[in-house]
Design a protein around this ligand. Structure first.
Ligand code: 8DG
Ligand code: CA
Ligand code: CA
Length: 467
């Protein structure tokens, strides 16, 4: 964010530099040359300046003073980017139909617009219009990958991108002209949207329950606390009230407990704490079984500064599918973490079946535990409860699980769709198989997962196809 950057760098100086994410450095080292900076712009606001001032800019114009004429800028930045795309031998295209064929950075040049469209998407989702919500999700994911700042000069190109219809185009045009979208303003001016969004910040309350509670006349979190009889005095006791039972299938965390934990669970988790939680978990696991491997997936792996929860995929080279070995290790670890007071709640602990899971021997090769975790308090700070997802995989499905749990959601959706429609394959976290004869594939790396699906590997920080 501009504000944050300005704590360290004067804005006028920043405008004369290329402000990139550390990934630019890594990728440049990897490719043995200074890469164009546009795709790595750390701030949407400085996208054009970053393209312009990139040390790679062929005419050396980065040394010159910043010109005021935005048009010259834009055309030049487009040329630089186009040159990059055509020169590099890549199948990746920002106008590709599938998100898994596009580069989607965490922050894109049209972030402000995408954030407005995300309000419309959220509104459809929360009102139960799932198809419309999905359409907006697709629009957002296409715009996330569009590498140029959208203006009236290039809106025609935007209108020809996949999933962009005329209705959306007029909203984009409105945004370009007025910096806002009138429908967003009217949604935000009422109480309903705000109440429903607030309600869904409680774990266990989805859009349908939120609408029901609203129809009972409830409007605020305070109203919910009265309704569910949660008060500041009883909150701590309620938060501790769920006893973990490892022998039975566990219930969903009750709304009452969700309310008691709400403040904790809605606060974002910085990367340092994600890493600390990972360290503690793997330390405990080493006491049960040494030599386990793991990857922190989810938003953390995609480069987010702050995550809503922690996702860890775990495996061991000797872990066998069948005979409940994967399940056993998962249950054992969760029990140990619970005994140590680290896992306070378990919402889900069971074998892994997706609606379209592979009908193969992979049935018991994945196991997931959705939990609530808290780091022990130390002298320096008091910790809060965090959502922690642990995914245990047999070694042959470790890399599909890592890909499947890295996200983002839309990237995953299109990976599955691409596999099915373009390659005649099935892909999900629990494996890859050929549809016509169910032949199984066991990739040995993440790159191999992409290769098997006929895709170019995309760096996790460019898989941010959702807001
Ligand atoms: P954040 O909100 O946690 O910061 O971002 P995130 O890490 O992208 O969100 P997430 O809700 O933790 O989801 C991480 C990825 O894991 C996402 O791409 C979807 C995937 N995922 C689930 N649940 C399940 C599931 O039950 N099965 C499979 N295969 N994938 C899942 O979230
Ligand atoms: Ca996550
Ligand atoms: Ca998660």
């Amino acid at each position: 964010m501009r504000k944050r950057l300005e704590r360290h760098v004067n804005w006028n100086i920043a405008r004369r530099k290329a402000i990139v994410t550390p990934q630019w450095l890594r990728d440049s080292v990897e490719s043995g040359q200074l890469l164009p900076c546009g795709r790595y712009a750390a701030l949407g606001d400085l996208y054009e300046e970053t393209v312009k001032n990139c040390p790679d800019a062929s005419d050396g114009s980065h040394c010159q003073a910043f010109p005021e004429d935005g048009t010259a800028h834009r055309i030049e930045s487009e040329l630089t980017e186009r040159k990059y795309h055509s020169e590099k031998d890549t199948q990746i295209r920002y106008h590709h139909r599938y998100a898994c064929m596009r580069h989607s950075p965490l922050i894109c040049p049209n972030q402000g617009l995408v954030e407005k469209l995300a309000i419309l998407r959220r509104h459809r989702e929360i009102e139960g219009f799932d198809m419309q919500s999905l359409s907006y999700e697709r629009v957002i994911s296409v715009l996330k990958a569009f590498p140029y700042h959208i203006t009236l000069d290039n809106i025609h190109e935007v209108s020809e991108l996949p999933h962009i219809g005329s209705k959306i185009c007029s909203k984009i045009q409105e945004f370009i002209q007025h910096g806002d979208i009138s429908e967003c303003k009217s949604i935000l001016s009422g109480t309903r949207y705000h109440s429903l969004v607030e309600f869904t910040t409680v774990y266990g309350i989805g859009p349908a329950t939120a609408r029901n509670l609203y129809s009972l006349g409830l409007r605020t979190i305070k109203d919910l606390e009265n309704h569910y009889k949660v008060s500041p005095q009883t909150r701590d006791d309620i938060a501790k009230s769920l006893n973990v039972n490892f022998t039975k299938r566990l219930p969903q965390l009750s709304i009452k407990v969700g309310l008691a934990l709400r403040e904790d669970l809605r606060s974002r988790i910085p990367r340092s704490e994600v890493e600390e939680i990972h360290g503690v978990v793997m330390n405990e696991l080493a006491n049960i079984r040494s030599g386990c491997v793991s990857t922190i997936t989810g938003g953390y792996r995609r480069g987010k500064d702050e995550s809503n929860d922690v996702d860890i995929v775990i495996s061991h080279k000797d872990l066998k599918s069948g005979g409940d070995q994967v399940k056993g290790l998962c249950a054992h670890l969760v029990k140990r973490l619970h005994d140590k007071g680290l896992v306070t709640h378990v919402m889900h602990l069971s074998g892994f079946r997706e609606p379209n899971a592979l009908r193969t021997t992979h049935g018991d090769s994945l196991e997931k535990a959705l939990t609530v975790f808290i780091l022990p308090d130390d002298k320096k700070q008091k910790h809060v409860h965090r959502r922690l997802d642990l995914i245990f995989a047999a070694p042959e499905v470790y890399w599909t699980a890592v890909v499947g749990w890295t996200g983002s959601k839309m990237f995953e959706r299109d990976l599955r769709l691409w596999a099915k429609q373009e390659r005649g394959m099935r892909f999900d976290s629990s494996g890859i198989s050929r549809r016509h004869d169910s032949k199984l594939y066991f990739p040995n790396s993440e790159q191999e997962v992409f290769e098997l699906l006929g895709l170019e590997w995309i760096h996790p920080t460019l898989r941010n196809a959702d807001l």
